[in-house]
Design a protein around this ligand. Structure first.
Ligand SMILES: Cc1cc2nc3c(=O)[nH]c(=O)nc-3n(C[C@H](O)[C@H](O)[C@H](O)COP(=O)(O)O)c2cc1C
Length: 201
């Protein structure tokens, strides 16, 4: 397969609540035949241990390539390594702030910075509540740099009955942003039309 034809995605998991989003994303991308390059921060592993039974080694097995967050010489540290872009799932305030200010001291922030300079799609599944003005200013700055801030907020109109439903719906909507349109129960089809008054006469 040529470089141009290869579908590759950088997936970063950082130390915010919602590490399940990154895990599910890797599973979906594997199903879709997209080559994944995973970077997990140290705090992602701490958050994952706090909120799931999944071990970092199991998550790494879902990815095609795993990079240390300290390895600034990894392939995805260079714009010449072609990718569809990058998803940070979930994204901590710290990581978003680094990306917003161009600090590239870890591979996560370097890879995001590179993807943005190459004008590739970068989606940050930012998780924090509530937000202070500094957070909102950083959200504006990353948006101005070309990133998409996508807080993983559940959509209740999809009538989720489980946490898995909520997670899957959100991850599919993120993949829509990369033109990867997965079969998705719960996609909005419009409100059920009300019968016309004349029909009931
Ligand atoms: C269990 C746990 C949950 C956390 N949840 C969040 C969160 O939801 N959002 C956030 O911005 N930071 C959260 N933090 C704090 C970040 O992990 C911390 O700011 C860290 O420096 C982020 O580094 P990283 O982005 O390199 O992973 C959490 C930390 C822990 C240990």
């Amino acid at each position: 397969m040529t470089e141009a034809a290869r579908k590759r995605m950088i997936v970063a998991i950082t130390g915010a609540s919602g590490t399940i989003y990154g895990i599910r994303l890797l599973e979906f991308l594997r199903q879709e035949g997209v080559e994944t390059h995973l970077i997990m921060s140290r705090n992602a592993q701490i958050a994952m241990a706090a909120e799931t039974e999944v071990k970092p080694a199991d998550v790494e097995r879902l990815a095609d390539v795993v990079h240390s967050n300290q390895n600034l010489g990894a392939a995805c540290s260079s714009g010449s390594f072609r990718t569809m872009g990058m998803i940070v799932a979930p994204c901590s305030i710290k990581t978003m702030s680094e990306i917003a200010t161009g600090v590239t001291s870890s591979l996560v922030s370097r890879a995001a910075d590179v993807a943005l300079k190459e004008r590739r799609r970068v989606v940050l599944m930012l998780r924090e509540t509530p937000l202070h003005l500094g957070h909102i200013r950083s959200m504006a700055a990353v948006t101005e740099a070309g990133a998409i801030v996508y807080p993983p907020v559940p959509a209740f109109y999809a009538r989720p009955v489980s946490i898995d439903d909520m997670v899957d719906y959100t991850v599919r909507r993120v993949l829509d942003l990369f033109d990867l349109h997965l079969e998705a129960p719960g996609r909005w089809q419009g409100l059920t039309p009300r019968p016309r008054a004349s029909d009931s006469e």
